[in-house]
Design a protein around this ligand. Structure first.
Ligand SMILES: C[S@@+](CC[C@H](N)C(=O)[O-])C[C@H]1O[C@@H](n2cnc3c(N)ncnc32)[C@H](O)[C@@H]1O
Length: 267
């Protein structure tokens, strides 16, 4: 198993592998996406509101579906991700659908050395901060790119979810972030039978840790919402109890699965 000091290289390789499976997967439904379907969920759309004409920095944009969806809503979007495979696909798809979305290949922490400017919105969603060891440093990057009065919008899997083993049989990890979680995974959430085996190095970030870091970097929280469902069918033995809302059968509505927040950069 790798040392967590190598996390950037280990995780980058993993995401390059995952991206190859994800692009053609039913999960990402690229055919309908290219035909015009938005990849954004109501949870983040409610927090984003009207983004027409707004500049948006989208952190950890994967192969660009959400970034391009935001461009289609009339925003001027820059998507960043450290996976060169994902960024190459994102650029290809933006060109294919005629979106003016800009993409930058870079890890979150190095971005200030690579990208200048500031934005009306910074956005990140679903499966992002767990790849980053230092949430205070991340919040510093978010704040760095927000205009005074600009909004940070985030939707993320709830840290309670990451306490469980992959089958959700038992609690395996602490809620609090005190050490990296090193795992080897077969397949990927978007294609469980994908013939790939990847190593991951992740961190569980408690809600308090995230909110405190944002506040310390001058981002005042305006909303914090928790949800007892996931818009993605990625957890074992789940049911779609309402269209687009998934829960594990054995837990019903007892667990928080998602949280979403918005904050405003103080002047
Ligand atoms: C789960 S995906 C983002 C989810 C997005 N909502 C989606 O499904 O399209 C996580 C993304 O984070 C990126 N990533 C992981 N660690 C990163 C880092 N240190 N810097 C930049 N991107 C990173 C990965 O390459 C991947 O594209």
């Amino acid at each position: 198993m790798s040392d967590s000091k190598d996390y950037l290289e280990v995780n980058r390789q993993t995401w390059n592998e995952k991206t190859k499976s994800h692009v053609g997967s039913d999960f990402y439904d690229q055919k309908n996406f290219l035909a015009g379907k938005s990849s954004l969920n109501q949870i983040e759309l409610d927090l984003l509101g009207d983004v027409k004409g707004m500049s948006i920095l989208h952190l950890q944009c994967h192969f660009g579906q959400d970034s391009i969806s935001l461009s289609r809503m009339g925003a001027h979007v820059t998507g960043i991700d450290f996976s060169d495979t994902a960024i190459a696909e994102a650029e290809k798809f933006a060109k294919q659908v005629g979106a003016d979305t800009r993409f930058v290949c870079c890890d979150v922490y190095s971005l200030p050395q690579m990208l200048t400017g500031n934005f009306d919105f910074v956005f990140t969603s679903y499966g992002t901060i767990g790849w980053l060891p230092d949430i205070d440093k991340w919040a510093g990057v978010v704040a760095h790119y927000l205009k005074p009065g600009g909004s940070f919008i985030m939707a993320e899997f709830h840290p309670v979810v990451w306490m469980f083993d992959n089958d959700f049989k038992e609690i395996q990890y602490r809620y609090f972030n005190d050490q990296p979680i090193l795992e080897t995974e077969t397949g990927t959430y978007a294609e469980k039978d994908a013939p790939i085996r990847t190593k991951t190095i992740t961190w569980n970030h408690a809600l308090g840790e995230v909110c405190t870091a944002l506040n310390n970097h001058g981002i005042a929280l305006t909303q914090l919402r928790e949800f007892d469902y996931s818009p993605y069918n990625i957890f074992p033995d789940s049911e779609e109890y309402e269209p687009g809302k998934f829960r594990m059968k054995k837990f019903g509505n007892k667990l928080p699965l998602i949280y979403a927040l918005s904050g405003i950069k103080r002047d």
